[in-house]
Design a protein around this ligand. Sequence first.
Ligand code: 7TS
Length: 417
Amino acid sequence: MTDLSVARTAQQSAFDVDAIRRDFPILSQQVNGKPLVYLDNGASAQKPVAVLNAMDRYYREMHSNVHRGAHTLGDRATAAFEGARETVRDFLNAGSTREIIWTRGTTEAINLVANGLAPRLKAGDEILVSHMEHHANIVPWQMIAERTGAKVVPIQVTPEGELDLDSFNSLLNERTRILAITHVSNVLGTVNPVAPLIEQAKARGVLTLLDGAQAVPHYRPDVQALGCDFYVFSSHKLFGPTGIGVLYGKAQLLEEMPPYQGGGEMIERVSFDRTTWNTLPYKFEAGTPAIAEAVGLGAAIEYLGRLNRPAMEAAEAALLARANELVATVPGMEVIGTAKHKVPVMSFKIAGLHPSDIGTLLDQQGIAIRTGHHCAMPLMDFYGVPGTARASFAFYNTLDEVDQLFTALQKVQRLFA
Ligand code: 7TS
């Protein structure tokens, strides 16, 4: 057997990708007259029927506002909503549901933490991020830095797209207060060696936040083993609905942080003399929450829990290996991000072609990828490119789809480069 057929057999036997694809109705459609090949999972992933049904059932059978204790529907909605919080707690292996805060997504979660930590910062303090961050893990810190006189300092990246550990070691110093880095890069696919970095940061009393937006679709993080103070992610990249995400935070830190927004739910008692805050996690959840979305995210995590995870990770590795193998078949194609440890994400350029043209030409063949700066402009500057084309795979993608991508790229290259 060739390596390829070994990989194909492994994918089919341990992980029945055809059966899995039937769980995702959106995948079996034609786009521009061609079967859809969806390779834009890094931007947002598709939803299994289990998620659609859970949300539909929620609205048909149990919708009401939560935490009012007024009637049966309200109790059902509250049970479903808080059940989802427990599902997230279990997924992250957090110690308590008090440490699981619903947000609108990764972006809002990071803004919440940045605002909550602002009172601890003073002029001259440093917030360590990396050169490969999504804007969501740069801009909120810059805004807080502006307010407090602190400084945002980027850890350098190597040409291969790995964190430069020498740079990290030289930048971590007595002025560092916060280390906020991505677990997995959305552009490069790099899986960062976060555990040892957190350990070093903690030894110096530095608070740590991991942006898990691109990690959770591929791995199940254990926040207690990682030892981070905060871990954030978005539901929509984890096969759940849009409009909801998660902030995990250590209870003691969350207790010490001021609320992010004021309103209903987040208070214990309100008077014109003095208002007091609700207990965790509600202190950070002002207003009526995204209830159906929480239920949908819970269903997505439960769906993932029913998959064979080692087989899923092997299948994803096979997708990336196949893509790497085929790069040489497209003249002038260059991969940006060749770290040793990667999730199945491939950013690339093709000599003589603008990334947006690659995207448009692939779309005409039914293949969805993302092109542009991927909300990581500092990283684009580092590589000296205006943008890249990026194929980002999920466990429901097939080796045939990888082949289709490369056949299409060969065609694009022949006709236009
Ligand atoms: N952090 C990382 C690492 C991301 O990849 C993204 C979104 C975000 C934060 C923001 O997530 P949001 O759900 O709050 O918007 N990344 C991408 C992407 O790569 N293409 O589209 C969105």
